[in-house]
Ligand binder design. Structure first.
Ligand SMILES: [Zn+2]
Length: 175
């Protein structure tokens, strides 16, 4: 049975550590980790979660864009389990968009990122996928990929002035 895991909060070293490549096909422990990550993400109304956020330095994250209380305008997609990802192409076009993070509660940042990316990753069986993502999904993918490199969205801000409290984000910017 999947169980909810604790979410590491900013300041914990696991969020500043490079994740390790996962050996595939996945072990039972890795499959259990992924099931727990899905439950933990849904419970917290996240649209993505990375293994380091549940104290596991494995190169795994989930992208699960869907409308939810924190992102009412997010597109609907089946949760994608992303293992050993690489971003192999980034658009020159950079766009800014609002991001939050389960590991940084109460804050939102207006973060610049490439609008479109081409990525390669594996699933639990080791099958390799090459996909192109744009806009919100590309943003979530890049946010989660940063977690595998010890980075958080605050590191990507152009200015600390692009950081706001959740209450003001909801009052001014949430639509
Ligand atoms: Zn995050």
């Amino acid at each position: 049975m999947p169980m909810l895991r604790q979410i590491a909060q900013l300041g914990h070293p696991v969020l500043r550590t490079d994740a390790e490549r996962v050996i595939l096909p996945a072990s039972d422990a890795t499959r259990a980790l992924v099931a727990d990550m899905l439950d933990t993400m849904r419970d917290a109304h996240g649209v993505g979660i990375a293994a380091p956020q549940v104290y596991d330095s494995s190169a795994i994250f989930i992208v699960a864009s869907r409308p939810n209380p924190r992102y009412p305008n997010a597109p609907e997609m089946d949760p994608q389990v992303v293992i050993n990802p690489e971003i192999i192409e980034r658009s020159d076009e950079i766009v800014k968009g609002w991001e939050g993070c389960l590991s940084i509660p109460g804050l939102r940042g207006f973060v610049p990122r490439p609008r479109r990316i081409v990525v390669r990753y594996q699933d639990l069986e080791g099958e390799v996928f090459e996909r192109e993502f744009e806009d919100f999904v590309a943003r979530v993918f890049q946010h989660e990929d940063d977690h595998l490199h010890g980075l958080v969205f605050i590191d990507r801000l152009e200015s600390p002035k692009d950081l706001v409290c959740e209450k003001e984000y909801q009052r001014q910017f949430a639509s």
